[in-house]
Ligand binder design. Sequence first.
Ligand SMILES: C[S@@+](CC[C@H](N)C(=O)[O-])C[C@H]1O[C@@H](n2cnc3c(N)ncnc32)[C@H](O)[C@@H]1O
Length: 371
Amino acid sequence: MKYIGNKQRLLDFIDSVIESENLPQQGIFIDIFTGTTNVAQHYKKKGYRIISNDFMTYSYIFQQAYIKNNQFPKFNSLLQSKYFKISPVLLDDKYEPLRIVVDYLNKLPGKKGFIYRHYAPAGEYKRQFFSNENAIRIDATREQLHKWKEEGLFNESEFYILLASLIDAADFVANISGTYGAYLKIWRSMALKPFTMLVPNLIESNLEHQVYKDDSNKIIDNLAGDILYIDPPYNSRQYAANFHILETLACWDEPKVYGKTGLRPYEEKKSVYSQKSKCKEFFAELIAKARTSYILMSYNNEGIIPHDFIIKTLSKRGDVRVYARDYRRFRTERDHENRHYKVHDDRVQENIYVVRIKQPVHSKIGIISVG
Ligand SMILES: C[S@@+](CC[C@H](N)C(=O)[O-])C[C@H]1O[C@@H](n2cnc3c(N)ncnc32)[C@H](O)[C@@H]1O
């Protein structure tokens, strides 16, 4: 998934820092700005117990499906319902129930709904985020999930797994160059491919993982563990505005959208980490409250919190070391239109800061209490 600050391509870099610094290879790994959950998924696979958090609802759906959930869904109630009439005992392949349900959803006829009305060219507002055909299929699928949920045909994780797959599939065919801050005027080839849900890669695990949808600076009070991984936004682009359609697919709440792009109101989801006037203060508060043995922080050299301030703040908690790697810039079509980068400016430096906390609070409890 294209996501601002997605660390998928930097996982080996984070691994190499953990190895060089001799950080614990197991224990509690807290990913407090988890976004796509790619980092949390990677460390779940490595055997850590994960606590993840992000205040966006679509991220919470991913967290539920890929972090909290530890097994392939059986869909016992749904498969026995009038929609399928299949006896679960006949299915011995663990992937089979999920395949059957995804297959059913992929064959649903389209239905004009919220996405069609607001984000397709034939809809009322003529926006070009999705082709007409894909918009009605996304509507039909999201509506079906909602209906099955209302009918009590899923358990929680079964619902989240399908919704995560739907959000991924919709994002795959969105006619955007990187964010939902704008749609493209010309159709990109992926946007004309049919919307198709895939059977997601679920991670089996025997450990209990915890997931949250809270503000980082509030939830930090309730967390303790071994490694705190911090990957905050690094510029003024608000995630709630740039990924608003994913949020609507996650919430399915028919918001009163506005403006050229059909933005949902996002006043409550404005991040202080994307505001120059506030980010330093809130970052300092987060670091002061951390109760882990180590902090790992990803940030790039163009971020709105200055490098010197990061070092000064982290140093209050213990010895700090910095690792750096060149990285290709995340770009959107709008960047190409309005900004002129020199060729070498296509690369930014991605830093990982490591802190060994003095007087660490080591806990095997993970979450202590949630208010
Ligand atoms: C740089 S991205 C994280 C990317 C992630 N590591 C990945 O690989 O996908 C920053 C994330 O922080 C979240 N965020 C921003 N401010 C937040 C806050 N105050 N509390 C919780 N999450 C926040 C955003 O929704 C976004 O997903």
